[in-house]
Design a protein around this ligand. Sequence first.
Ligand SMILES: N[C@@H](CCC(=O)N[C@@H](CS)C(=O)NCC(=O)O)C(=O)O
Length: 223
Amino acid sequence: MSDAPDAMPRPRLWSWNLSPFAGKARIALAIRGIEVELIEIDPVARPPRLAEINPANRVPVLEVGDRAITQSTAICEWAQETGTGPSLWPEDPIARAQARGLLRWVEDEIVTNFFLSMRKQVFGLDEAHDHPNLIANLRGALGKRWRPLDRMLTATDGPWLAGGADPSLADLAAMPVAVRLPQWLPDLAPDPVTVPAAAAWLAALSDHPAAVEVDRSGQPLAG
Ligand SMILES: N[C@@H](CCC(=O)N[C@@H](CS)C(=O)NCC(=O)O)C(=O)O
């Protein structure tokens, strides 16, 4: 470890093991070869310091020196700019812009429908605001996304949404779904006969070496 005056302390990632957005940040940081100190939060008893560094009181947050980066995609972009491992984006500007569009689609249509339904099942509906059928509606919406996903994937030359040999961030964002869906809601998994590319995509994501990050928990903040 260097003791040069400008040596940067190891970044600290505030995370929750079950959060798909924190999972995405853990995955991107690991792929780019950036070691972080992982702080685990309890979502029902969040440490007061979390709201100090992120007034939205959400994870993930990355502390780099005395500054904090919020929003998982912003953390991943920082990892892209400062890390050295395989790129999270295609090189070509148009392919890169397309991959950014696909990331948005994957998060809005796949990650959110799946994890919000699980969150509502575990923590309960907000009686004042949520429709009583919300969980079933979210799961129904997820089931309707496999066909368009399958069509997006058959337009590429391999298992990944933006083509190429390595997954882009558009794919990696779904890695927590790829790992958790067979464990938690196997009946909702895409059918390998009717939507084979979608099923193969989830399988390729859960087989990827970075998938170990989905299960990675940190330590609660000491003190
Ligand atoms: N758009 C944010 C979403 C972050 C987010 O919603 N985090 C959840 C965990 S999955 C959270 O901390 N929720 C706390 C809350 O809803 O109060 C990102 O990409 O970082």
